[in-house]
Design a protein around this ligand. Structure first.
Ligand code: GLU
Length: 511
């Protein structure tokens, strides 16, 4: 029987979720939705030393902002609860012991001090120490101690860990849905710790395999940085006797720096001025603030669209996809093998596309608080009209004010370059004539304004560019903005006339 698709996103709450993590969550979510499966959010918080307060709440808030909703998780509940590993701690020891009893794992009593000493000796000789088949026969562990000695040490409360006994020389054959077959010889692998007596907690490897098994996960989709752990995970499934039901694996390519050289890091964001986190994050330890896409004014749909295409594409040139479209089109076959270069300019481009697709009314609601902060009062209709006229020229709502202030307030200053170019010769006198032409327009619509002004210029035989640019300078205060008739209609006849008068009063004509 085909099993129901079940995938999980399993972040460790060790800090803010990086955008690479959000992409992993997104691909899992798309895969689950596409295949009619379940998307599980599991919090892997067994590393008590790396626990960061607020990080779990951050993960929840970030996914909610992105529109990635879990079917099962700490907040959602579900048949496989609890979904926070620290609340499942009782589960793991029995599994670790099962491996010890079957001879796949062993107790090791070497203290951190002893191991550090051995490590230092190796380093002095230019080598690196690995706890593996070569050395385990000489170390402080249950492979070398008598059963009675092992029991004695455990009973008197000595520190111990359980380590996986990696075979000496075995080609471990694995299959990755993105990379195909991967073979690694076990001789290059060490005996990883699975469980620690000090905090009575499993390590990532044990908890991850046990939970994926118990939660009936069918596909593990995660970042490439976990590929080196795959041989151990394969061996763990085998040692537990779960190979037949083990999940399929897909390791996603890295997100690379804008230069393409190396993994995208927080430092790249700081250096080039773009966020690498979905939401703003204030470090509870240092107070350091990291920027977020949300606070920088990105729309979640644009952010998700951009992330989806970093490593996957459905073929063809199309780039704009809604979440529903991504779900329909998503497949792991179209995830690339090589890393994807992150391009901050492209991120802005995506936002500009989504901004343009929003209705004028929706943009007006977003622009309103900015206007209020500036003490501007304006009707909903006017704000919506302005948004409609400027949205093609902006990537963010925060770009609106500098390019639309003149719709709401008479210009205080006039752009110097434009003054030098147009406020001279016959232009001031022609503007005075234009003032009377405008005053004569009865029905002040953009069509009427446009026709009247153009007919008048043609009739007079005036140079179109000179007259229109001077007109623009007077009304806008600069050489920018949409069509003059559009602008005049929005600000109204009285205000247009006031501005045509004012430039002559405040700007002296260049000789
Ligand atoms: N807790 C691991 C992480 O932080 C999960 C890796 C996995 O998906 O297996 O990424």
């Amino acid at each position: 029987m085909e099993r129901k698709v079940r995938v999980r996103f399993a972040p460790s709450p060790t800090g803010p979720l990086h955008i690479g993590g959000v992409r992993t969550a997104l691909y899992n979510y798309l895969f689950a939705r596409k295949n009619g499966g379940d998307f599980i959010l599991r919090i892997e918080d067994t590393d008590s030393q790396r626990f960061v307060p607020g990080a779990e709440a951050y993960i929840n808030e970030a996914l909610a902002w992105c529109g990635i909703r879990a079917d099962e998780g700490v907040l959602e509940g579900g048949a496989f609860a609890p979904y926070r590993q620290s609340e499942r701690r009782e589960i793991y020891l029995q599994y670790a012991l099962q491996l010890v009893n079957a001879g796949h794992a062993y107790y090791a009593f070497d203290t951190p001090e002893q191991l550090n000493e051995i490590r230092a000796t190796y380093e002095l000789e230019g080598g690196t120490f690995a706890y593996n088949y070569k050395v385990r026969g000489q170390l402080n562990n249950s492979l070398n101690l008598s059963a009675a000695e092992v029991t004695k040490r455990i009973e008197r409360g000595d520190q111990w860990v359980i380590r996986f006994k990696m075979p000496e020389d075995e080609d471990i054959r694995m299959f990755d849905l993105i990379r195909g077959e991967v073979v690694v010889n076990s001789a290059s692998l060490d005996d990883k710790v699975l469980y620690k007596s000090t905090d009575k907690l499993p390590t990532y490897h044990l908890a991850n395999i046990v939970d994926d098994h118990l939660m009936e996960i069918t596909h593990v989709i995660r970042g490439e940085e976990w590929l080196p752990s795959l041989p151990l995970h394969y061996k763990l499934y085998e040692a537990f006797g779960w190979s037949d039901s083990q999940p399929a694996f897909a390791h996603l390519p890295l997100l690379l720096k804008p230069s393409g050289a190396g993994k995208l890091s927080k430092r790249d964001g700081d250096k080039f001025g773009f966020p690498v986190f979905p939401l703003r994050w204030v470090s509870p330890e240092t107070g350091e603030v990291s920027r977020g896409y949300r606070e920088d004014g990105y729309f979640p749909e644009a952010f998700i669209n951009m992330l989806a295409l970093l490593g996957w594409n459905p073929g063809g040139d199309r780039e704009i996809f809604s979440m529903d479209e991504l779900i329909t089109l998503f497949s792991l076959e179209h995830v690339g093998k090589s890393g994807s270069r992150f391009d901050p300019e492209k991120a802005k481009w995506f936002n500009a596309q989504y901004l343009r697709m929003k209705s004028d009314e929706e943009l007006a609601t977003l622009y309103r608080p900015v206007l209020e902060a500036k003490g501007i009062e304006a009707s909903d209709e006017k704000v919506a009209k302005v948004c409609g006229l400027i949205k093609e020229r902006a990537a963010f709502v925060s770009d609106f004010w500098p390019i639309s202030a003149y719709f709401f307030a008479t210009p205080e200053a006039y752009e110097e370059k434009a003054v030098a170019k147009f406020w001279k010769g016959d232009n001031p006198a022609r503007l005075a004539e234009l003032r009377d032409v405008i005053a004569g327009i009865g029905d002040f619509t953009k069509e009427a304004i446009d026709k009247t002004v153009h007919d008048w210029i043609a009739e007079k035989g005036y140079p179109m560019g000179q007259v229109m640019n001077t007109f623009r300078l007077a009304v806008v205060g600069a050489s920018m903005g949409p069509g003059m008739a559009d602008i005049c209609e929005v600000i109204g006849k009285d205000e247009t006339l006031r501005r045509l008068d004012r430039i002559g009063e405040v700007v002296p004509v260049k000789a």
